[in-house]
Design a protein around this ligand. Structure first.
Ligand code: AMP
Length: 492
């Protein structure tokens, strides 16, 4: 046995001279560098006591070192557990308690708060990684010797745990295996004709399935190159297009690019492919982008639990508003949400998927896992959709209460609980409203306690300490009462 996933991402010696990563600060890494550095990170993890199946929880900025840590984790046989950099220490506390990592790695500037959390939950090691000096973990890794042999991992071994927000306020850790990640990257490489000639503008965060398992894994597996940007900036992205061939983004990337005068046919002439996903791309955006650049954005659909499920075709028609056809190996059906009975083409129902991409279940939540799978192994996605006559899939809404803002998921319940805990608040309803830039924006409707005065700014300021910035309401509207239906459910 060898390491099922890492053996496909780490290049053999004959490919070591190929360029892999380029950073805007001028740093460059070849495939040989990535092999050597990630081997040292794996060895350092092993020296920290990390073994097969252990979790390594990581909340760090997007740097090449963060990528070496991810690869090092796989090579050490551990499960990589990336955490959104926007999460506050109060939020991190839950993830650490729930996942019981062997190591917690945080940003140097957050060392105090995170070390405290690590101590409180008896995490054996706390390390830092980040600028300016690399942090304690980089020092540990770089100081070690070469000569690491990857830990054997089979297809069913755990490669990563990614937390999805829970509709009831409790986050669930989606367990992804080596086979999940490898099979999905292989399917996408074929579907998108991704090759070693490609140069990706990598502007997505790497704590999410899109930036890590789609963008980074595909590039590494194909031995392509990536321009590794710390974050998305439309001007910077345009400045790199002459050197690139592919961009992967959330719809907000494209609406922001459209705001730039520099987005022209000429600027994008050398690009091969623009991909969008993680939230619905409006047909208007698709049309405007095509008009300005001549490129038809390729939209795909996936989620943390499943990786990518569908994609518009590379050669065939890319239909605006549709998320395309199931990827090879992925079975997708639309069912009656209540009975689970498969529905005829054209009818709207619950989207369910089965395939090598579908996760192994929620971390330490066997009941929750069981309730989201059908007996025949199909996973109930929570997305409502239909399949048209040609087999294209259309997403029409979400069965689960969810707001997607700028590609990030916000569960209204979590924000409502935080608001309701504030003094002066009787109750609240959090909804998504159309937002030109983010697709949807979070808005809160609040009923104050009798006689209490609440104002928009004070509410947002108070929430800032408890919630990641993307979850904060952009508007707070104060009302006397919430509209309710006959069953007393709030009519959002
Ligand atoms: P996440 O687990 O953060 O990747 O979020 C997954 C959810 O994002 C899915 O269940 C869908 O509701 C939504 N999503 C992903 N891609 C698309 C898309 N292309 N169009 C519409 N919704 C999407």
């Amino acid at each position: 046995m060898k390491n099922h996933l890492a053996s496909t991402l780490i290049a053999p010696a004959r490919e070591h001279d190929r360029a892999c990563l380029a950073c805007p600060d001028g740093r460059r890494f070849s495939y040989g560098d990535v092999d050597r550095r990630s081997a040292r990170y794996a060895a350092a993890l092993a020296r920290c006591g990390v073994g097969r199946g252990d979790r390594v929880a990581v909340q760090v900025e997007k740097t090449p070192e963060a990528l070496f840590l991810y690869l090092g984790c796989l090579r050490a046989g551990a499960a990589f557990l990336p955490l959104n950099t926007a999460y506050t220490p109060a939020e991190i506390d839950y993830f650490v308690e729930d996942s019981e990592p062997a190591v917690l790695v945080g940003r140097p500037e957050q060392a105090g708060a995170l070390a405290k959390i690590a101590r409180a939950h008896r995490v054996p090691r706390f390390e830092t990684l980040g600028t300016p000096d690399g942090g304690s973990f980089a020092a540990l890794a770089e100081g070690g010797a070469d000569g690491w042999a990857d830990i054997d991992c089979g297809p069913d071994d755990l490669a990563a745990i990614l937390y999805t927000s829970g509709t009831t306020g409790r986050s669930k850790g989606a367990m992804l295996t080596h086979a999940n990640l490898r099979s999905n990257a292989e399917a996408l490489i074929t579907a998108w004709r991704y090759s070693s000639d490609d140069v990706l503008i990598h502007a997505l965060p790497i704590f999410h399935t899109h930036g890590l398992f789609v963008a980074a894994n595909l590039t590494l597996m194909a031995r392509a190159r990536m321009i590794f940007l710390p974050r998305f900036d439309p001007r910077e992205t345009l400045a790199w297009t002459p050197e690139a061939s592919v961009l992967m983004g959330v719809p907000t990337f494209y609406t922001r690019l459209l705001d730039e005068d520099g987005l022209t046919r000429r600027a994008t002439a050398g690009m091969r492919l623009f991909i969008s996903g993680s939230a619905p791309l409006l047909p208007d955006t698709h049309a405007a982008f095509r008009e300005r650049t001549g490129h038809a954005i390729l939209e795909r659909y996936g989620m943390t639990e499943t990786g990518m499920n569908t994609s518009n075709p590379y050669d065939g028609e890319r239909v605006p508003g549709s998320v395309g056809l199931p990827l090879p190996g992925v079975e997708l059906r639309v069912c009656d949400p209540d009975t689970g009975k498969s529905l005829p083409r054209g009818e709207i129902g619950m989207i369910e998927v089965r395939g090598p991409n579908v996760f192994a279940g929620y971390w330490r939540m066997p009941e929750k896992t069981r309730s989201e799978f059908r007996d025949d192994g199909f996973f109930v996605t929570g997305d409502l959709g239909r399949i048209d006559r040609r087999g294209y899939v259309w997403i029409v809404g979400r069965g689960k209460d969810l707001i997607i803002t700028g590609g990030y998921n916000v569960y209204p319940k979590e924000v409502e609980l935080a608001i309701d805990a504030l003094p002066g608040v009787q109750e609240s309803a959090v909804i998504g409203v159309p937002h030109a830039d983010f697709g949807e924006g979070v808005a809160a409707i609040i009923v104050p306690r009798r006689g209490a005065l609440v104002d928009e700014e004070a509410i947002i300021t108070a929430l800032r300490e408890r919630l990641a910035a993307y979850k904060l309401p952009k508007r707070v509207i104060v009302v006397d009462e919430l509209p309710r239906n006959a069953m007393a459910k709030v009519q959002k």
